[in-house]
Design a protein around this ligand. Structure first.
Ligand SMILES: *Cc1c(COP(=O)(O)O)cnc(C)c1O
Length: 398
C-alpha cells in the first residue's frame, strides 16, 4: 500500500514561465504600465478573455479585489443590499463590506447550492444586486438565478474564484452574470501565489473597473479596447490601485495551457473518490445539478447519522491515516462558517446552512494525484467511518 499523498504542494510552474521571469528580472520591467504595449499583464488579459469567451478582462491583485471593483464598477452605492450565499469564504462578504454595501445572506442546501426558495423570498424590492459565489466550484441553478435577477432588474456578479473550467449547460462559469471574478491564489486551479481577474462583455463596466484598478492619468490607453468609454470617466473615479504586476502575469500565462488537463484530471480524481464514498452508509457526496460539469480540486461530502462526537472521532481517525478532513462548521474560527463573520454584526440565523456546515467535510484532491493516491484517500475515509460507526452496514470496498 502506498502512503498518504501530499495534498498541499502545488504543481511546478511550467518552464516557459522561468525564462520570462528571468527576462523581466534582467530588464526590471515589472510594472504593467511601463511598456507601451504587450506587457505580460495586458497579454494575460487578452488570453484569459479568449479562453473564457469574454470580450474584456482586467487583471487585479486578488479575486477579492475583483469582486470589490465589480461592485464599484456597477455603481452600487453605499448601503446597497447584495444577496450572497451563506456558504462562501469570508473574503466574499468582506468585499461587499469593503464597497460599503450590505451583504444579505441566503440559505444554502445540503448539496452546497443556493436554496432557491430562500433566494426567491429574499430577492425583494430592497435588493440591488446578486453575488453568486460558486463555493468550491459547486454551481447553483444559474438558469433560475439569471431569470429571477433579470425579472427583478438587478445585476449578477459571479464569484468564480474556485470555478475556473466549470461549465453550466456548456457555458463557462464566470460568463453567465454581468461580470465574473477569478482567483490565482495558490489553492486555485492556476497558481501565482496571489492574483485575480474579472471578465465581462460590458464596455462601460470594464472601463470603470480599469480606471479604478489604478490606470491613472492616461494609462487606460494601454488597454487595447474601447478608448471612448474610458475618456468619459477620466478624473471622475477614485483610483484604488489594486493592479497585477508583470511577474505574476508571467507565472500565470503558461498555466493557461494547463487548464484543460488540470480540469480533466481533477474531475477524474473527484469522481473516483465520490463513487467510493457513496458506497458507505455514513458518507454522501451530493450529485451535481444536471447542466453542471465541474472542475474540482477537492471533494465535499456529508457525514450521515453521526453525532458531533462521532464526527470529531471520524476526523481524528482520518488524521491518524494522514488524511486531513475539515468539517466546515466544527473546526474553530473557520472562515467558511457564517457565524464567524462577526465583522458583519448580528445576522439572522440560517438553520439550514448551519446544519449543512456541521456535517459537510472538505478534503483536498489536487489534479496531480494518481488514482492510487485517490484510492488511499478513499480507503482511509471509509476505514475511519467504519471504525467509528461499526462495519455492520458497510458495503465491501474494492
Ligand atoms: C479563494 C476564494 C476567494 C478569494 O480569492 P482571493 O484571490 O484570495 O481574494 C473568493 N471566493 C471563493 C469562492 C474562493 O474560493
Amino acid at each position: 500500500m502506498t502512503g498518504a499523498p501530499n495534498t498541499y504542494d502545488a504543481e511546478p510552474i511550467p518552464a516557459a514561465a522561468w525564462d520570462e521571469v528571468q527576462r523581466l528580472l534582467s530588464s526590471g520591467d515589472l510594472f504593467r504600465y511601463t511598456a507601451k504595449e504587450d506587457a505580460p499583464v495586458a497579454l494575460l488579459e487578452r488570453e484569459f478573455a479568449d479562453l473564457l469567451g469574454a470580450k474584456y478582462a482586467l487583471s487585479v491583485a486578488s479575486c477579492s479585489a475583483a469582486l470589490f471593483l465589480s461592485i464599484k464598477a456597477l455603481d452600487l452605492k453605499p448601503g446597497a443590499r447584495i444577496l450572497i450565499p451563506a456558504f462562501t469564504f469570508a473574503a466574499v462578504p468582506s468585499s461587499v463590506v469593503h464597497a460599503e454595501c450590505v451583504p444579505v445572506l441566503v440559505e444554502v442546501g445540503e448539496n452546497y447550492r443556493i436554496d432557491m426558495a430562500d433566494f426567491k423570498a429574499k430577492l425583494d424590492g430592497t435588493i440591488d444586486a446578486v453575488l453568486i459565489s460558486h463555493m468550491r466550484g459547486h454551481t447553483s441553478d444559474m438558469d433560475a438565478i439569471m431569470e429571477l435577477a433579470e425579472t427583478a432588474g438587478v445585476p449578477v456578479i459571479e464569484d468564480a474564484a474556485h470555478s475556473l473550467g466549470t461549465t453550466w449547460a456548456g457555458r463557462n462559469i464566470g460568463t453567465i452574470g454581468r461580470v465574473g471574478c477569478f482567483s490565482f491564489q495558490s489553492y486555485k486551479l492556476i497558481n501565482a501565489g496571489e492574483g485575480g481577474i474579472l471578465i465581462t462583455d460590458d464596455p462601460d463596466l470594464i472601463a470603470r473597473a480599469v480606471i479604478m484598478s489604478g490606470a491613472y492619468e492616461h494609462n487606460w490607453k494601454k488597454h487595447p479596447v474601447l478608448q471612448d468609454h474610458f475618456a468619459r470617466w477620466q478624473n471622475k473615479l477614485p483610483l484604488y490601485n489594486t493592479r497585477l504586476g508583470n511577474l505574476s502575469a508571467a507565472i500565470i500565462r503558461p498555466q493557461l495551457a494547463e487548464v484543460v488537463r488540470r480540469v480533466r484530471d481533477g474531475r477524474r480524481n473527484h469522481d473516483h473518490v465520490a463513487t467510493a464514498l457513496n458506497g458507505s452508509p455514513w458518507m454522501a457526496v451530493p450529485d451535481p445539478l444536471g447542466p453542471e460539469l465541474r472542475a474540482p480540486d477537492s471533494i465535499q461530502f456529508n457525514l450521515v447519522g453521526m453525532t458531533d462526537d462521532q464526527v470529531h472521532a471520524f476526523v481524528a481517525a482520518a488524521a491518524e491515516q494522514e488524511v486531513s478532513v475539515q468539517v466546515f462548521g466544527l473546526s474553530s474560527d473557520n472562515a467558511r462558517a457564517f457565524w464567524n463573520w462577526e465583522f458583519l454584526g448580528p445576522q439572522p440565523d440560517l438553520p439550514q446552512t448551519r446544519r449543512m456546515l456541521m456535517r459537510a467535510c472538505d478534503v483536498r484532491l489536487p489534479a496531480r494525484l494518481s488514482l492510487d493516491d485517490c484510492d488511499y484517500t478513499a480507503n482511509a475515509l471509509l476505514a475511519a467511518a467504519n471504525r467509528i460507526m461499526g462495519s455492520q452496514n458497510t458495503k465491501a470496498v474494492a
